[in-house]
Design a protein around this ligand. Structure first.
Ligand code: F6R
Length: 373
């Protein structure tokens, strides 16, 4: 039941700190001898040279964050493909490729077909080929769970709202587990760095709670200004580019407002022509490798009269001056920041849709799992 929340989506947004705790417990149990426990077979790791990930929708966005982690932490070249594209133009298979299917429901038709094609291509080859098919799912008992030999269970709990929120956070956590496991085994990060990242992950649940406690009311008020808005742009770079895509998708799905997520540096190659006083821009500007770049991209948008909403942990004079509205999130190192930056975007989409009186949990034309092509 909704436990006092107006919609399941809001309840599920609030459940996310608990989901992160459950994932921490499952992948990084403090009591275990090893730093990570994913329970994957040993053949899985032997001579692994590249990774391809297939997924749809929000799961595809989680896969893009996964690519960043797998490449930057474990130094494994990784491709992410839409399952609906991959199934008609599969990449050539090489001996040392791991294929990962990411699907919350475990029932998305395109993702299942892409994975079964991969399974077939590996038939009759050495055992290590067969071992290199992995599912990341919230439902291990699903069709996907039965199809592939290895699963990372995402511990999101049942999600009722059609728009994926807590299952997305859980998928991100699974990618932290996998990327750190691989990085540790391949020694692409030091033991000290591993401990530092895991310690950072353990602080995330309270930081999520702080955003919900301090920002929900503010965002609920903020959306009054967007009663007439027809378009939104979301900007991010690096590990937060997929979060910009996810913020835009959430808004489209439940509020029916046109929204685009863009890598901030690409704006000047075309989309900047869209901007004017009627088009608000949400910029994710977290300290790290791309902070100054995002700020300067945001300034370019402001110069076109767009209202600028900043999601950032920087609360200094410069940030206050550039952003018309500032949604602060806690300090966190860049590589862990998506777990925090997505929360205000979920709340923004939720409150815009709720204020428009829309059926947030059952948006038009959408189903919780897409079991047809
Ligand atoms: C977004 C959403 C969809 C799903 C997509 C894949 O909020 O719900 O975009 O993410 O249909 O679904 P799964 O993860 O079940 O394969």
């Amino acid at each position: 039941e909704k436990q006092g929340f107006k919609h399941f989506m809001l309840k599920e947004i609030y459940e996310q700190s608990g989901v992160v705790r459950a994932c921490l417990e499952a992948y990084f149990p403090a009591s275990a001898e090893k730093p990570m426990t994913l329970g994957l077979p040993e053949e899985f790791y032997a001579d692994l040279e590249q990774i391809q990930i297939v997924a749809c929708g929000t799961s595809w966005h989680a896969a893009l964050v996964g690519k960043y982690l797998l490449e930057q932490l474990a130094e494994i070249p990784t491709q992410v493909q839409y399952a609906s594209e991959f199934r008609y133009a599969p990449s050539p298979m090489t001996a040392n490729t791991l294929t990962i299917g990411v699907t919350q429901s475990g029932e998305t038709a395109d993702t299942l077909v892409a994975l079964s094609m991969e399974k077939e291509r590996r038939q009759g080859k050495e055992a290590k080929y067969q071992a290199r098919l992995l599912g990341i799912t919230n439902r291990p008992e699903s069709t996907l769970g039965q199809m592939v030999g290895s699963i990372i269970n995402t511990h999101g709990g049942i999600e009722i709202g059609v728009a994926a929120t807590k299952t997305f956070i859980a998928q991100l956590m699974a990618f932290y587990g996998l990327a750190l496991d691989l990085a540790h085994r391949r020694q692409t990060i030091t033991a000290e760095r591993l401990i530092e990242i895991i310690a950072g992950l353990r602080q995330l649940p309270t930081k999520i709670e702080a955003i919900l406690e301090t920002q929900e009311r503010y965002i609920e008020q903020l959306v009054h200004d967007f009663a007439e808005t027809k378009d939104f742009i979301f900007l991010g770079r690096g590990i937060n580019f997929p979060i910009a895509l996810e913020g835009a998708l959430k808004l489209k799905e439940i509020s029916y407002i046109h929204a685009e997520g863009y890598p901030a540096g690409e704006m000047k190659h075309g989309p900047i022509a869209l901007l004017d006083v009627k088009v608000p821009v949400v910029a994710i500007a977290m300290p790290g490798s791309v902070y100054e770049k995002v700020i300067s991209n945001a300034q370019e948008a402001k110069a076109r009269d767009s209202r600028l909403i900043g999601v950032t942990s920087v609360n200094d004079g410069e940030a206050a001056e550039i952003f018309n509205d500032l949604i602060p999130v806690g300090e966190v190192e860049e590589i862990l920041s998506p777990i925090l930056t997505v929360i205000p975007l979920q709340l923004l989409a939720y409150h815009i849709a709720a204020r428009r009186g829309l059926d947030v949990d059952q948006p038009r034309n959408l189903a919780k799992s897409v079991t047809v092509e």
